[in-house]
Design a protein around this ligand. Structure first.
Ligand code: C2E
Ligand code: MG
Ligand code: MG
Ligand code: MG
Length: 292
């Protein structure tokens, strides 16, 4: 009976939806205070040059240490922040914190270390973004090419004309731009020639199964070849095993990021990783992954 099915469905789903909504509202309320209460923090995931083993940079990944709920991953609160507009203040905080940290590392004697910051689509389309980034760099005293901005394909495809304009202004400023989760968005390849970007990050879904799934391997290979012919740096994310690292290296992937090398870690741990992966010492690691 269709009618009672419909009613049952309604009965079954309504409380779920209500709970979801209540949860969202509750999270939003707590998140609103999170910055002032100092509950947000950044972890940093190393990015390694596959050829030399040198630490090239780190990606800043926000975490929310909520006193009652514990550590909340960004996948759970960034969407709420994006929807509610809280991303504006969270995003500003992330940029300021990441730039200040990059300067602190330099003062601690680390060589050039670029810090990558994720921007959500709403942040990327904020009219004042470029001036804001410029102001934050100046305030922190960070060279623009020490900052990388990670955007997704969907962010640039949303309003391509303004996206191209923003990308040109960022480029003029000297900031590095990468396309995150590359290969998963609804974009056409032709936009790559219009958009002044520097880096492609192969989405982790292709890396995850590349050793078992020939289609994923073919896509990873194609993205690397595309990046090479367009003279873009190609970074693989989500590299979890030595086998994946070896095969990406053989395909000519430039840099990698993933649990195989390191999880995202607090800022203090980056110092030791940078020393082990300085130009003078990094070769050992390359030898190590080259062994079968
Ligand atoms: P993303 O930018 O694509 O970041 C990569 C995610 O993959 C991170 O999750 C990272 O911890 C995880 N990861 C890294 N290596 C591996 C691996 O080897 N295996 C697996 N399974 N996962 C790996 P995280 O930190 O939970 O962040 C999730 C997403 O949240 C990010 O995806 C990014 O889109 C967003 N995000 C994080 N921080 C920020 C931020 O400050 N602002 C904005 N707007 N979004 C952020
Ligand atoms: Mg990212
Ligand atoms: Mg990604
Ligand atoms: Mg992602």
């Amino acid at each position: 009976n269709v009618k009672s099915d419909a009613r049952n469905n309604y009965r079954y789903h309504a409380p779920d939806m209500e709970r979801g909504l209540k949860e969202k509202v509750a999270i939003e309320g707590l998140l609103r205070q999170a910055i002032d209460k100092n509950e947000l923090l950044l972890h940093y995931q190393p990015r390694i040059c596959m050829r030399t083993g040198v630490l090239k940079g780190v990606e800043a990944l926000v975490r929310w240490q909520q006193p009652k709920l514990g550590m909340i991953p960004p996948g759970e609160f960034i969407p709420v922040a994006e929807e509610s507009g809280l991303i504006d203040s969270i995003g500003t905080w992330v940029l300021q914190e990441a730039c200040a940290q990059a300067v602190a590392w330099r003062e601690q004697g680390l060589g050039k270390l670029r810090v990558a910051v994720n921007l959500s689509p709403r942040q990327f389309h904020y009219a004042n973004l470029v001036a804001q980034v410029q102001g934050i760099l100046a305030q922190a005293g960070l060279e623009p090419d020490h900052l990388e901005i990670e955007i997704t394909e969907s962010a640039v495809m949303k309003d391509t004309e303004s996206a191209i304009n923003t990308l040109h202004l960022l480029k003029e400023l000297g900031v590095v731009v990468s396309v995150d989760d590359f290969g998963t968005g609804y974009s056409s390849l032709s936009y790559l020639k219009l958009f002044p970007i520097d880096i492609l990050k192969i989405d982790q879904s292709f890396v995850r199964d590349m050793l078992d799934n020939p289609s994923d391997a073919a896509i990873a290979k194609a993205i690397i070849a595309l990046g090479q012919s367009l003279r873009l740096t190609v970074v693989a994310e989500g590299v979890e095993t030595r086998g994946q690292a070896q095969s990406l290296k053989a395909l000519g992937c430039d840099e990698m990021q993933g649990y195989y090398f390191s999880r995202p870690v607090p800022a203090a741990q980056i110092i030791e990783i940078a020393q082990r992966h300085s130009p003078a010492r990094a070769g050992e690691w390359v030898d190590e992954i080259s062994q079968t």
